[in-house]
Design a protein around this ligand. Structure first.
Ligand code: FHN
Length: 441
């Protein structure tokens, strides 16, 4: 090895180790901590998966939306024709955001670029975006952000690190293989630089954002993603922005919240959360309304509003937010079935939101019968499933002073034993979705 190479090696090792030090010593700014608190109290967000893939509407296969390029093996050359037909003239951001507010939703997370690599905003470093490639020609993200600012809704940006379109996303990971038509070569570092430039655009041209929601690292978990460069760049550009990454692992240094895909924290029914571990960071679970993220017109297995309210309540019992997804249609409208469900959830929240928003996880861990939340010295038991008239829950940390049904404020009978508490819940007092007991201790 010549001296030049040795010097380069030393320099690289130094840069890398500096990065590692910087990552592990990440200190969130005051603003970031405040935003984390806000985030934890928000409890309900809307996830939006929208891109040119919505035109293909899943191609007749349930569960497929934004993955259609990969699943149907559509080469880049063909997929690149989709933007020519993307013209969502019925997109009305004011209508979206008003609906969101009515539904009791506190923030939106929208796909700025999904795995297909197509940017839904005006990117300067790439031509592959909604402004330059579609007849619509307008910056969707800007239109939505302006409206969110107007109506006081925080906007988070989903950004896919995985990219089936960019030639330098090489070496390849587990998806986007064999069909794209990209040459089997590329410069990984160039790709990361490209990604960081796009993130810089997103964090400088749209005002203050809630944060960045990363996805796709699971495509190649052992690659050097230069996370430190990316995370420190984001926190430098907007020190209040929260970073979360859907890598399905415990959060890495530099991240501000932990997310769980289609599972409550600590559960792994979907096989995504490889670690059952829950961190001390703010938590969020995301869920679909049918079985697809992007618009899918044959996937009509919609979860009912009751089911989704129960999910929201259980998530809150873990101290986690629910980020509930909708895949808008190619004309720019949100599916009416989804609007209907969201507004029903909003109606429920109008009445019971006091026990959810701003709460932290309660003293009793969620289980089959329901969950508990806590706020301003009160514990709320959310009874979601109880066939009997007596419900036994575990031990509470203190003695109960008073227990009342939240709905009519009538007193609840209970018995404290050395093993836990038994509540008497007459059938006549039960509510179809959630019977809430308010406890003062
Ligand atoms: O592959 C994506 C998928 O399309 C979707 O965006 C979800 C949302 O959590 N995340 C990925 C799978 O883990």
């Amino acid at each position: 090895m010549n001296t030049k190479k040795i010097a380069l090696g030393i320099a690289l090792t130094f840069i890398l180790s500096c990065n590692l030090i910087a990552q592990s010593s990440y200190q969130p700014s005051e603003k970031n901590i405040k935003n984390r608190e806000w985030f934890s109290s928000a409890k309900f967000g809307l996830f939006i998966h929208w891109g040119v893939y919505s035109e293909l509407a899943g191609g007749g296969d349930k569960g497929v939306g934004e993955w259609i390029m990969n699943n149907k093996k559509i080469p880049i050359k063909q997929y690149e024709k989709l933007p020519d037909f993307f013209n969502p003239t019925a997109f009305n951001p004011a209508e979206w955001v008003s609906m969101v507010k009515k539904a009791g939703i506190k923030y939106i997370t929208i796909t700025t670029k999904h795995h297909d690599g197509f940017a839904m905003y005006d990117s300067k470093i790439s031509d592959y975006d909604v402004v330059k490639k579609t007849p619509y020609g307008k910056d969707i993200i800007k239109l939505l952000k302006d409206e969110c600012d107007k109506q006081g809704i925080k906007l988070f940006f989903y950004y896919s690190q995985l990219d089936w379109h960019h030639p330098d996303y090489y070496p390849r990971g587990k998806s986007g293989l064999g069909f794209t038509g990209r040459p089997e070569e590329g410069d990984w570092n160039k790709y990361i630089d490209y990604m960081n430039t796009q993130l810089t655009e997103l964090l400088t041209n749209y005002g203050e954002v809630g944060g960045i929601w990363f996805d796709g690292m699971w495509d190649q978990p052992d690659t050097n993603w230069r996370l430190d460069d990316t995370y420190s760049l984001i926190h430098k550009l907007q020190n209040g922005a929260l970073i979360g990454s859907n890598h399905h692992k415990m959060p890495f240094a530099g991240e501000d919240f932990q997310m769980f895909e289609r599972d409550l924290p600590g559960e792994n029914t979907m096989g995504f959360s490889h670690t059952g571990a829950i961190s001390q960071l703010p938590l969020e679970m995301c869920e679909t309304m049918n079985g697809s993220w992007g618009y899918n017109f044959v996937d009509t297995e919609y979860k009912s509003s009751a089911t989704l309210i129960k999910t929201l309540v259980k998530a809150a019992g873990y101290g986690a937010n629910l980020l509930l997804n909708t895949g808008p249609m190619p004309n720019g409208k949100i599916q009416p079935e989804n609007v209907d469900t969201l507004l029903k959830i909003g109606k429920w929240l109008e009445k019971y939101g006091e026990t959810i928003y701003g709460s932290s996880k309660g003293p009793i861990r969620p289980s089959n019968w329901g969950s508990s939340t806590e706020k301003n010295g009160k514990v709320y038991l959310h009874i979601l499933d109880c066939k009997e008239e007596n419900l036994f829950i575990g031990k509470l940390p203190k003695k109960i002073k008073l227990a009342k049904f939240f709905d009519d404020q009538s007193v609840v009978k209970f018995k404290e034993t050395e093993f836990g508490v038994i509540f008497n819940i007459p059938n006549a007092k039960k509510k179809p979705i959630d019977t809430i007991i308010e406890i003062k201790m």
